[in-house]
Ligand binder design. Sequence first.
Ligand SMILES: C[S@@+](CC[C@H](N)C(=O)[O-])C[C@H]1O[C@@H](n2cnc3c(N)ncnc32)[C@H](O)[C@@H]1O
Length: 282
Amino acid sequence: MNQEDDAPEDAYAADPDPLDDAEATRRDAGEAESSRASRSWWDRNADEYQSEHGAFLGDDRFVWGPEGLDEADAALLGPAASLKDKDVLEIGAGAAQCSRWLAAQGARPVALDLSHRQLQHALRIGDGIPLVEADAGRLPFRDGSFDLACSAYGAVPFVADPVGVMREVHRVLRPGGRWVFSVTHPMRWAFPDEPGPEGLTVSASYFDRTPYVEQDERGRAVYVEHHRTLGDRVRDVVAGGFRLLDLVEPEWPEWNSQEWGGWSPLRGNLIPGTAIFVCERV
Ligand SMILES: C[S@@+](CC[C@H](N)C(=O)[O-])C[C@H]1O[C@@H](n2cnc3c(N)ncnc32)[C@H](O)[C@@H]1O
């Protein structure tokens, strides 16, 4: 992204989403359609996302998901002291909050995102993190450019070809580098995406991989999420050339009383909401 771009002047004024009446369905959605839908959805919804969740995310915290697990405590990328002077790629970085925390540890982060508007929020918050506007499926970096890669709910849940993303991350990482990413816990797919008791009854098959698609009146996808079972995700990681070191399922902590979409204390105390894959490049 051009660092000279203006940050949004009124970053917290969210326009009403003109596609609020999009129809939700389950149908196939390929790579190009998913990418196009993600880019336009996040461009349209970045203001609202940052306005709603910015305080929880913090400008320079590294939070892995709605449970509030903090990288400062979890050290999934390694002990904080080991991050100094490391080249780190953050994928689906949004407003680059995680990258800002990494920079504070002495790392050299690069924040990549598909959405121009999300990256404008990164500029608004500031601190000079290098920003790159690109798709996770085609990373614009030379082979072996980074020591570590990370993603907090960025890109992976939204792409039709997750193995393609794994291979790209593998290509740009140096041997032995860690790749840590969080996604919605696959188990959630079987439940309605509701924070209350209605979100506790199985309503769909966990094994149905048909993507969740919101589409406009002409049948064009405006939002896409792709489901993989836990086993699929493990196989994707291995097919991409990684060894799985850990699979973290953060428990809902007592201090967190905040709902985030379908994530809530009620559900969080009963079923996992986030899965974090800790991988090592072979
Ligand atoms: C749920 S947000 C997470 C943002 C940030 N990591 C956070 O925790 O706030 C998902 C982000 O992934 C980005 N994204 C979605 N698909 C992508 C893709 N194919 N390539 C790169 N970024 C993508 C979106 O633009 C959005 O900023």
